[in-house]
Design a protein around this ligand. Sequence first.
Ligand SMILES: Nc1ncnc2c1ncn2[C@@H]1O[C@H](COP(=O)(O)OP(=O)(O)OP(=O)(O)O)[C@@H](O)[C@H]1O
Ligand SMILES: [Mg+2]
Length: 457
Amino acid sequence: MNEGIEQLIEALSFSPDNIPLRLHLAELMVKGFMLDDAAAQYQEVLNRNYGNDKARKGLASVFYKQKKYSAAILVYEALVADNRLAGEELIPYVKCLVKENSHNEAIEIYKKVLQQNPNFKDEELDGVLRMPSANATGRRRRNEDDDDDDFEEDIEDMFGGQEFEEPNFLMEKPDLKFEDVGGMKKVKNEISLKIIQPLKNPDLYKAFGKKAGGGILLYGPPGCGKTYLAKATAGEIDAKFISIGLHDILDMWMGNTEKNLHEVFAQARNNAPCVLFFDEVDAIGASRSDLKGSSMRHVINQFLAEMDGVEYSNEGVLVLAATNAPWSVDSAFRRPGRFDRVIFVSPPDAEGRTEILKQHLKDKPADNIDLAAVAKITEEYSGADLKALIDIATEYKLEDSLASGSIEKITTKDLLKAAKQHKNTTAEWFSTARNYALYANETGLYNDILDYLKIKK
Ligand SMILES: Nc1ncnc2c1ncn2[C@@H]1O[C@H](COP(=O)(O)OP(=O)(O)OP(=O)(O)O)[C@@H](O)[C@H]1O
Ligand SMILES: [Mg+2]
C-alpha cells in the first residue's frame, strides 16, 4: 500500500473526526485505484458529517468509475436537488443517466450544461443524445443490435398516457376552395374520392368494407400548387388546416421529434375534421441506406404508428403530404393505409394555365386579356411562374400609372413581355425526375412523369 495512505490511516485512528484528513485520504485512494476503500472513506465522512458536499461528490464519482450507475444516480440526484452541482460537474451524472437508458432526463440535464456553457462539447454525449437531423450539429451513433422493440417502450415511457392540452401548431380555417385552384382536375378528383367522400359518407364506405384513412402524397416540381391544393382541400370541406414543414418538427434532441409528431397528430384529432399537411415529407423519409441503424428510423416508425392510428382513432383526420423528391421517401410510407396514393402534380396544361391566369388576374385592373395567347407561350410554366408573370406585369403598370397619374390596365402585351423576363422554373426538376422515371421505375410509380414527358413506357 502507498506509504502516504498508510500514514494517513494511522493519523485518522487518533483523530477519526478529522474530516479534511479523511477526504484527503479518500482522494489518494481514488488516485491509487482503491475504489472500494475510497468509497468506504467517503461513507465514513458522511456518517460523521451528514451531507458533506465533497464526500457526496467524491462518492458519486467513485460509483461512476465502478460502473455502479444507479447508485451514482442516487447521489447525483440528491446533489442536484440541493443545487450543489453546476456546469461540467453534471457531465458524469448525464453519462450515468445514459448508461441507465434514462435518455429524457439525460437530455434535460445536458441542456442545462449547454445553457451555462454553449461551447461545451462532449463527443460521446453528442453522439448518443442528439439527432442527425437537419437542425442537428452532432451525429447520433447507435449500436447495430439496438432494435426497435426498445423504442416502443421508450415512446410509452415518454408519453405515459398523458394528454396534450394546448395546441402548439399553427392552425387555420382556409377560405380557399377547389374552384380557386386552376386545372388539376385529376388530382382534385382523386382527393375527393379518396378522402373527402369517405369523410362525408362514412356509412357508405363502411358498407362496402372500405376503411377510411390513409393519406395522399403529392409530388412534383416546385410551385405547381401542392401546398395550395392541400389548403383548398381543407377549405372545400370546411375543415381546419395544419401545415407542418417537417424540418420544423425535426428536433436535434433524440425523442423530441417523436414527441412533436405525436403532438401534431393529437392536435389534429382533437380538432377533427382537420387536414394535416406534411410538407417536405422527404425530410424524414430519406432513403433507407442513409438511415440504417440511425435514430431517424425511430422517427419514421413513430410517424407510421401515428398514421396507422393503432392507439388513437384518426377519424376525421385527413393526411396529405408533399415532396419534390418522392424518390427519397421511404417505401414504408407507401404501404396500404398509409400514403397509398401517390399523385404527380404536373405543371398545368394550357387549359389549366388559362384558369390559373384568370384566377390571379381576378382582382387586378386588366384589359380584355387574350389568356389563350399567354397560355400558349407558357408551356411548362408552374402555377407560381404564372403568378410571377402577373406580378411582373403589375409592376410595369404601377410604374406607368405613377407616370400618367391614372390607372393603367394590364394588357396581353405586358404578360407576353413578362414571359420573356421570367422563364419556367420546372426544367431543373424534370432533368432529375426524368432519370428516376427512366431507371428507377420498377413499380411504375413514375409512369405519370413518363407520360408528361411523352416518353414511351
Ligand atoms: N393550380 C393553381 N391554381 C392557382 N394558383 C396556383 C396553382 N398552382 C400554383 N399556384 C400559385 O403558385 C403559388 C405556389 O404554389 P404552391 O406553394 O402550392 O406550390 P408547391 O407545389 O407547393 O411548391 P413547392 O414544391 O415549392 O412547395 C400558390 O400560392 C399559388 O398562388
Ligand atoms: Mg409547397
